[in-house]
Design a protein around this ligand. Structure first.
Ligand code: SF4
Ligand code: SF4
Length: 112
């Protein structure tokens, strides 16, 4: 499953720097699937289109890009670095390890 950020976030920005998928954005920022990934525009999808922010006032995680750090690290890096423990498993977006690896390969091709 992906990770989500709770209302306890103090907007320190530490997690954003650690995410290997650039799945974490500051509140109010637009995001793109192509940010920090190797996704390119093709006939079926355009990952360079800016999407509306998921949160206005606190940092948010784009579940479509979060792989729980699978393929890069043993543990979710945002959970490790967050000083106020507000990065938690998002139970609404359950994915097993195989799905997460598939997502990582989709986002980055064969790069690791
Ligand atoms: Fe990014 Fe990893 Fe946190 Fe997901 S778990 S948001 S991939 S740092
Ligand atoms: Fe918010 Fe924690 Fe990320 Fe800091 S590390 S921006 S407190 S979620």
């Amino acid at each position: 499953m992906s990770i989500e950020i709770t209302e306890k976030c103090i907007n320190c920005g530490a997690c954003e720097l650690e995410c290997p998928n650039q799945a974490i954005y500051e509140g109010g920022k637009k995001w793109r699937m192509s940010d920090g990934t190797s996704l390119k525009k093709n006939e079926i999808l355009d990952p360079t289109i800016f999407q509306e922010p998921k949160k206005k006032d606190i940092y948010f995680i784009v579940s479509e890009k979060c792989t729980e750090c699978v393929g890069f690290y043993e543990e979710p890096q945002c959970i490790i670095v967050c000083p106020v423990q507000c990065c938690i498993p998002d139970t609404k977006n359950y994915e097993n390890k195989k799905d997460l690896l598939k997502k990582k390969n989709f986002l980055h091709g064969n790069l690791s």
